[in-house]
Design a protein. Structure first.
Length: 528
């Protein structure tokens, strides 16, 4: 026979029902976080969180906890699929995306799959928009009266508004065959109870908006297909449609949302996906640390291809611009012209065009079965055009869109780097040309001629070279106060484990870029 023992712990504190409104306001975020964790993380939640069941502890526990939930007699479970659907519903409700919310309600079995969307969407707007604004039942009533044009001192408007409200209610009852799952009724009770507690400390409290930072952190953290889909919708959607272009402002806004900074629209009631705080929100350093932490696992996975494309675009522009500047710097000066005689010396000293002189360059083997490098006779211009082809129109537009977002968050220097403007100094350009000329020695593209192009030593050389080239940007320059100093200082301040993770990510990105360069050079005729 199986026997079970319920183990309890004595908690010494005072019930919220005996606390002041100021104390309740301080405790509400903790209680809210606990409830959301139970609901969306554990799938097993306290369904009766009234003020008598929440304790403010006299002393924090050893783990630092200051609030305790008691009387777990009414609990409920939600399976993982429904939890994910509810997360989508919160996102869509907070963003006033009622068309998508209809789909969520279908997935939650609240609405049948053949529901009349044209009828339901406006009714959702009327019923849910006042609730999202927060403030509880009293505020909800006020918002409904405004929505239906019911003026307090006008009997006709009240009668007319009440009739319109009644008609909408009848439409819902007669034409919308909704049903409420058993767990949903218990959940609704818990939410109303918790919201009632929070309203005591904050009369304008709205649980949908207040829970959005928790949802944002979950989207950034969990690397699961269901969460990835929701995250992709937030970062790529436009007008309810998912596009192929990442919206950089939404990424910055989402990072700020996770930190508790939520931009709003429509009178402060709904989340503005593109809103970045006026002060810029979280710093680059804090954002970088977050991106390198376990809390951003989902985001790193989603952005893997984006960053891969970005690095390829930036490195191609670095090589193209750097080689051009190097050629200009290393080209011998033209002989001076003589008054009345013109460029007489050019007849005896012809100008040299370095980019048109064929050079022996060490390249990977043309055969996939061999790792032995080979030699090709190519001009610098031919090599650059193959290894780093000019951006096509789509790539240019992509780079410009990312540059605009980077300029808003990181300043003009880094934005210019993405655009390919002002990328390198002459000294850096010379380094690139030397790297190309030497083939298999240290330099950004020195690995193209190695026996094993993608070995760890080559990757490390290339990574260090790229880092050195970027750091040659004029760190003292200012563009209305914008420069790269904050970026470099942020890298330097990282903890050792964060630096290691960043190094791993950077090495992998460089590895892929070198692989792309090798593939582009595969068809070049070899002489050896």
């Amino acid at each position: 026979m199986q026997r079970r023992i319920l183990v309890s712990e004595w908690m010494d504190g005072v019930k919220l029902s005996q606390c002041s409104d100021e104390e309740i306001a301080k405790i509400t975020p903790v209680a809210q976080e606990a409830f959301l964790t139970q609901l969306f993380e554990e799938g097993f939640f306290h369904a009766d969180p009234h003020p008598g069941n929440i304790l403010r502890l006299h002393e924090p526990t050893e783990e630092g906890h200051t609030v305790a939930l008691i009387d777990c007699g009414l609990m409920a479970s939600i399976d993982p699929v429904d939890r994910d659907n509810m997360i989508n519903a919160v996102i869509h409700l907070a963003n006033k995306d009622y068309a998508s919310l209809v789909d969520d309600f279908m997935d939650l079995n609240i609405l049948p799959s053949d529901s009349d969307r044209a009828t339901i969407i406006p009714l959702m707007d009327k019923a849910l928009s006042p609730y999202v604004k927060g403030g509880g039942a009293k505020k909800y009533e006020e918002e409904l009266k405004k929505l239906y044009g019911m003026e307090d001192d006008n009997l006709n408007s009240q009668v007319g508004g009440f009739q319109a409200m009644t008609q909408d209610a009848l439409t819902v009852l007669q034409d919308v065959p909704f049903s409420i799952p058993p767990y949903f009724a218990i959940l609704g009770r818990a939410i109303v109870t918790l919201e009632g507690v929070a309203l005591t400390g904050n009369p304008d409290y709205g649980i949908i908006m207040e829970s959005y930072p928790f949802i944002a952190r979950k989207l950034l953290r969990e690397d699961r297909p269901e969460i990835q889909k929701a995250l992709q919708e937030v970062l790529y959607s436009a007008g309810g449609e998912t596009t192929g272009a990442l919206k950089f402002t939404r990424l910055l806004a989402l990072l700020n949302n996770a930190a508790g900074e939520v931009g709003t629209q429509a009178g402060g009631a709904f989340v503005d996906l593109d809103a970045i705080p006026d002060d810029g929100g979280i710093s680059f350093y804090d954002g970088l640390k977050y991106l390198l932490s376990e809390n951003a696992e989902s985001l790193r996975t989603l952005l893997e291809s984006e960053v891969d494309n970005l690095v390829d675009i930036v490195l191609r522009q670095v090589l193209r611009r750097g080689s051009n500047e190097a050629i200009v710097a290393l080209t011998p000066p033209r002989p001076p012209s003589v008054p009345f005689l013109g460029d007489v010396f050019s007849r005896f000293v012809p100008s040299i065009e370095l980019d048109e002189i064929p050079l022996p360059l060490l390249l990977p083997s043309a055969s996939e079965d061999s790792s032995t490098p080979s030699v090709a006779m190519m001009t610098i211009k031919e090599f650059v055009n193959l290894a780093a082809p000019k951006l096509d129109r789509d790539e240019e537009l992509y780079a410009l869109s990312l540059a605009e977002g980077a300029e808003e968050f990181l300043g003009k220097d880094l934005a210019n780097l993405i655009r390919g403007e002002g990328v390198l100094s002459t000294k850096s350009a010379q380094l690139i040309l030397n790297a190309v000329a030497k083939g298999n020695t240290a330099g950004m593209l020195s690995g193209v001629g190695e026996l094993e192009i993608l070995n760890d030593d080559v990757i490390e050389q290339a990574t260090n070279a790229v880092s050195g080239l970027i750091r040659t940007l004029d760190r003292g320059s200012t563009n209305d106060g914008d420069n790269l100093n904050e970026v470099f200082e942020s890298f330097d301040k990282l903890e050792e484990d964060e630096k290691e993770r960043l190094q791993e990510i950077t090495s992998e990105l460089v590895r892929r870029s070198l692989e792309k360069a090798r593939e582009r050079l595969a068809g070049v005729p070899r002489v050896l």
